[in-house]
Ligand binder design. Structure first.
Ligand SMILES: NC(=O)c1ccc[n+]([C@@H]2O[C@H](COP(=O)([O-])OP(=O)(O)OC[C@H]3O[C@@H](n4cnc5c(N)ncnc54)[C@H](OP(=O)(O)O)[C@@H]3O)[C@@H](O)[C@H]2O)c1
Length: 405
């Protein structure tokens, strides 16, 4: 879809409904954030094998379109798109959009060993983003392992200095671990302003959990939700069992709408980040954000979602969200792709297409090439026993082995 055409469609839409999307108070800060934020981790690329190849003309139009529709928060990080996400966001925002959005980025918590390191990294990020301030600066992906290490370097004193000298406005963290760890982190510092957690209708008892969401919100933090569509899985053509359940709904909704609206309905959620990869995602998600608010799903609809969740759970064995933290693999195995294909077999009850696609993967990058170094498991936010699943996936999907089944 061409950008001019999209603009025309959106302008027409605006004439029908002039209001922009809903804004929510961002925790205890004075910022009113759009309920939809733009996550710059899954931007379109020109070469699927190389995340650094951001399709800049398209991705630039997508971000511009989202801002014009009222999105006022962009989330990026030091490592996204091999470091290119921050540089790209900097280029997109520099000609006027910077002051229309709050900019969030994240410190890679395994890198700094001292305050000097933190200063060097932050200054590098400011340079990449072509700005003199980060509005929301988050420690990236805190968990029970990274948290004690980053604390050791007295990170709060460093953050207070960076706030005092104006390089960052607010300090927070993104999180992939369990509720006790989240609670410990929140309780350790009374000046956190934002926490970013994974939350969607499949993950209410996983990672931060609903208890963690409520705890953070009650402590006055703005809760930003990532992976609301479970990295895209909940927006794919649903398996027949799930489709049948949603077909009972009094009002038809797209799979993406079920997922996003469910998160927007949860009390305590300040903002939902979506990692939009196509212009169609931006158009749909902005339109959804304009008609969304809290408590919009009826009791009947909530029951349908609960049933769909059970149906998915029964079908999807590997809890991979395609965040790619395991990549690149030491031995170049295409871990996330292999897991997607393995789950596809179970979710769509189809071995033919996943086997065919597995066959298209270079034999040197398939599951049976795992050298069991364990590096991937150390960085997996979902604590997936990756090595074990790689073996199982190869047994199911490899062409020569598959032919014996
Ligand atoms: N700090 C951390 O540790 C961390 C971890 C993960 C994410 N994040 C941040 O949070 C953001 C949001 O997380 P996420 O990207 O995982 O969000 P998500 O919304 O759960 O997944 C994004 C994917 O959903 C699909 N999608 C989105 N809108 C759609 C629509 N309208 N119709 C159909 N499919 C749609 C696309 O998948 P397809 O392209 O496959 O169609 C897209 O790539 C990230 O972009 C990143 O900024 C942070």
């Amino acid at each position: 879809m061409g950008y001019e055409r999209i603009k025309a469609v959106l302008t027409k839409h605006k004439q029908v409904k002039k209001s922009l999307m809903e804004y929510r108070k961002f925790g205890n800060t004075d910022f009113n954030g759009s309920i939809l934020g733009f996550g710059a981790m899954r931007l379109p690329v020109t070469d699927n094998r190389n995340r650094a190849t951001i399709d800049e003309p398209l991705a630039g139009k997508m971000i511009a379109c989202a801002i014009e529709q009222g999105v006022n928060y962009i989330d990026t990080a030091y490592f996204y798109h091999e470091g290119e996400s921050e540089r790209f966001v900097g280029r997109v925002l520099k000609d006027g959009y910077r002051n229309k959005v709050a900019l969030a980025t994240k410190m890679p918590v395994r890198l700094p060993k001292s305050h000097d390191d933190c200063n060097r990294i932050l200054d590098e990020q400011l340079g990449r983003l072509q700005t003199d301030r980060i509005d929301y600066y988050l420690l990236h992906g805190l968990n029970h392992e990274t948290w004690p290490n980053i604390r050791k370097i007295d990170i709060f004193t460093w953050a207070q200095r960076a706030i005092a000298d104006g390089r960052i406005r607010h300090f927070g963290f993104s999180f992939h671990d369990d509720f006790p760890t989240l609670k410990e982190i929140i309780d350790a510092y009374d000046q956190w302003t934002v926490c970013q957690i994974q939350y969607n209708y499949m993950d209410t008892e996983y990672q931060a959990t609903t208890e963690g969401l409520n705890y953070a919100a009650q402590k006055g933090l703005s809760v930003v939700v990532m992976e609301p569509i479970r990295g895209g899985h909940l927006a794919k053509e649903p398996p027949a069992r799930v489709k049948d359940i949603f077909a009972e709904a009094p009002k038809p909704r797209s799979p993406a709408e079920w997922a996003l609206q469910w998160v927007w309905d949860q009390p305590g959620v300040s903002m939902v980040l979506s990692g939009m990869t196509a212009m169609e995602h931006v158009v749909e998600n902005c339109a959804l954000a304009k008609r969304a608010s809290e408590n919009t799903l009826s009791a009947v609809e909530l029951k349908l979602i609960a049933r769909a969740k059970e149906a998915y759970r029964e079908l999807c064995p590997i809890p991979c969200t395609n965040c790619r933290y395991c990549m690149p693999c030491t031995n170049n195995i295409r871990i996330n792709r292999i897991f997607e294909l393995y789950n596809d077999v179970h979710m769509y009850n189809d071995t033919r297409v996943p086997r065919m696609r597995y066959g298209q993967i270079n034999p040197e990058q398939r599951g049976d090439q795992c050298i069991e170094c364990g590096t991937c498991e150390d960085s997996c936010p979902q604590n997936i026993p990756i090595q074990e699943w790689l073996k199982k996936a190869d047994e199911l999907l490899a062409p020569k082995k598959a032919s014996n089944k």
